[in-house]
Design a binder for this molecule. Structure first.
Ligand SMILES: *[C@@H]1O[C@H](CO)[C@@H](O)[C@H](O)[C@H]1NC(C)=O
Ligand SMILES: *[C@@H]1O[C@H](CO)[C@@H](O)[C@H](O)[C@H]1NC(C)=O
Ligand SMILES: *[C@@H]1O[C@H](CO)[C@@H](O)[C@H](O)[C@H]1NC(C)=O
Length: 435
C-alpha cells in the first residue's frame, strides 16, 4: 500500500510551483538568502514529519491525500490511491476459452448437506484438478446437516491449504453455514420421491443463490458448480468445459450400477431440450406449478442429454439445452452478474437449475450440454435396490447352503456306501473294480 504514496504523483504538489517560480525572481540579497535557507529547512522538516505522520496513521492518509492531489491526477488513478475504494474493470473478467492461460479466476461452489462421507472423495477430486489451483476460489454452503460435515470440511481444507506443494493450495476459501429447513429425510428414497421434488428444489435454489451471492467477487471470470457426490470425472473438466466458450456448459451425468441392474444408467435427467408436449403441459398447469423431469407423473417427451450418450461419440459435440442439471455446471460469471439465478419459485413452470437454464436462455445466453462427455455420479442404492440386494444375498446363501447340504449328503452317502461295501463283500468288490 505504501508503494502508492511513495510515487511522485501524490507529492508533486509541493516542489513544482516553487521550482518554476524561482527563475523569475531577482537575485536575492545575502540576508534574504539566509532567511530563505531557514525557510527551506523548515519546509523540509515539515515535509518529513508530514510523511512520517502519514506512515504512522494510515487512516488519515485516505482523508488527507485526495485533498492534496486534487485535480492533479485523473479520477480512476485517484481511486487506485484510496485505501477504502477499490476499482474494478469488469471487461477484464469476461471469461474466454483459454482462461487458464490468461489467469482467469474460477469460483467453485459446492452445497453440502450431511456430506461428510463424500468429502474424502471430493477432496481427492479437488487435488487432482489440473486448472491452476491458485486461480480457483472455493466456497461451500453447509446446511441442514446432522453429521460432522462442518468439522470434516474444516479439517480437509486445513490439510489442502497446508500442503507444502504450493501448486496444491487454492485461492480464497469461504465456508457459509445456513439452514434452509430441508425437512425431507435425506435418504435416497424420499430425496427422489415425486411429491417432495418441488419444495425440495425450491429450497435448493435458495441455498444456491445464497452461496453464490455471498461469494461472487468482481475478480471472478467463471463460476463452477460441482456436487460433492461425483465419483468419477476427468481432472481436466474445468478446461474441457471452458474450451467451448459458451455462457453455460454441462457434461452428461451417468451413474454406475451393480451388474444385476445393467452396469450403468443415465443419472441426471434435468438436462433437456424443450418439447411441444412439455410446453402444452406447462400451459395447462397453474401458475405456481413446478414441472420436475424424470417422473411418470409429467410425461414431457423431451430429448434428454443423458439418453443421447454414445460412449464412442465425439466428446466435444454440443447440444443446445433449455433445462440443466446441477451436478456440474460451468458458467461465465457475467451470466450471474446479469441477474440470472436459480428461481426458488415457478419460472416458466420450472425451479432451481432447470429454471436457471430456462432463465439464461430467456436472456439470450448460450446453454449447451455435451452428450458424449460423461462424468459419473456415485451410486447410492435405493431402498428397493437394498431390499433386492438383501434378497439376492439370501438367495445366494440359500444356494450355498443347499450346495453344502448336497455335498454333505453325498459324502454321507459315500460313507454309507463304503460302510455297506465293507459289510457286503460282493458290492464293495464291484465298486472297487469300477473305481
Ligand atoms: C485516467 O486513467 C486511466 C488509467 O490510467 C486511463 O485509462 C484513462 O484514460 C484516464 N482518463 C482520463 C480522462 O485521462
Ligand atoms: C486422484 O489421482 C490419484 C493419483 O493419480 C488417484 O489415485 C485418485 O484415485 C484420484 N482421485 C479421484 C477421485 O479420481
Ligand atoms: C433475445 O433475443 C431476441 C431475438 O434476437 C430479442 O427479441 C430479445 O429482446 C432478446 N432478449 C433479451 C433479454 O435480450
Amino acid at each position: 500500500m505504501n508503494r502508492h504514496y511513495a510515487s511522485p504523483k501524490g507529492h508533486s504538489a509541493f516542489p513544482f510551483p516553487i521550482a518554476s517560480n524561482r527563475s523569475f525572481q531577482p537575485r536575492p540579497q545575502p540576508a534574504f538568502r539566509r532567511r530563505r535557507q531557514l525557510f527551506h529547512r523548515f519546509l523540509l522538516l515539515g515535509g518529513i514529519s508530514f510523511l512520517l505522520f502519514l506512515l504512522i496513521f494510515p487512516s488519515w492518509r485516505a482523508a488527507i491525500l485526495p485533498a492534496i492531489s486534487l485535480g492533479l491526477v485523473n479520477h480512476s488513478e485517484e481511486l487506485h490511491h484510496l485505501q477504502t475504494v477499490r476499482y474494478f474493470d469488469l471487461s477484464e473478467v469476461q471469461g474466454t476459452e483459454k482462461g487458464w492461460e490468461r489467469g482467469e479466476r474460477v469460483l467453485m461452489l459446492t452445497p453440502l448437506r450431511d456430506a461428510s462421507s463424500h468429502l474424502p472423495m471430493f477432496f481427492s477430486h479437488l487435488r487432482n484438478l489440473t486448472y491452476p489451483h491458485n486461480l480457483i476460489d472455493l466456497a461451500f454452503l453447509v446446511s441442514d446437516s446432522r453429521d460432522d460435515t462442518m468439522e470434516m470440511l474444516s479439517r480437509m481444507l486445513q490439510e489442502v491449504q497446508d500442503d507444502p506443494d504450493p501448486k496444491m493450495n487454492f485461492g480464497e476459501i469461504s465456508v457459509i453455514q445456513k439452514d434452509f429447513g430441508q425437512k425431507v429425510q435425506q435418504d435416497v428414497e424420499s430425496r427422489h420421491g415425486f411429491e417432495a421434488q418441488a419444495s425440495r428444489r425450491k429450497l435448493m435454489a435458495q441455498a444456491r443463490n445464497w452461496l453464490l451471492s455471498a461469494t461472487l467477487r468482481p475478480t471472478h471470470s467463471w463460476v463452477y458448480w460441482r456436487d460433492a457426490d461425483v465419483e468419477t470425472a476427468p481432472t481436466t473438466i474445468i478446461e474441457d468445459l471452458m474450451r467451448h466458450n459458451k455462457d453455460v456448459t454441462v457434461p452428461n451425468v451417468w451413474r454406475p450400477l451393480p451388474d444385476w441392474l445393467g452396469g450403468e444408467q443415465p443419472y441426471d435427467l434435468n438436462s433437456w431440450q424443450e418439447s411441444e408436449t412439455a410446453l402444452a403441459l406447462a400451459d395447462s398447469l397453474d401458475e405456481d406449478a413446478v414441472i420436475v423431469e424424470g417422473y411418470a407423473e409429467y410425461a414431457t417427451w423431451r430429448p434428454h442429454l443423458a439418453y443421447l450418450r454414445d460412449p464412442y461419440g465425439d466428446p466435444d459435440m454440443e447440444m443446445e439445452l433449455d433445462g440443466i442439471g446441477g451436478v456440474s455446471i460451468l458458467a461465465k460469471a457475467r451470466v450471474f452478474r446479469s441477474g440470472v439465478h436459480f428461481p426458488a419459485f415457478s419460472f416458466e413452470k420450472h425451479a432451481e437449475t432447470e429454471g436457471f437454464g430456462k432463465m439464461a436462455r430467456r436472456m439470450n445466453f448460450s446453454v449447451v450440454g455435451l452428450p458424449h462427455y460423461t462424468i459419473w455420479h456415485l451410486y447410492e442404492p435405493s431402498l428397493d435396490d437394498l431390499r433386492h440386494m438383501e434378497e439376492m444375498d439370501r438367495e445366494r446363501e440359500a444356494r450355498e447352503e443347499e450346495e453344502r447340504q448336497r455335498q454333505y449328503q453325498e459324502q454321507e452317502k459315500g460313507h454309507d456306501d463304503a460302510k455297506s461295501g465293507r459289510s457286503s463283500g460282493s458290492d464293495a468288490g464291484s465298486s472297487e473294480k469300477s473305481g
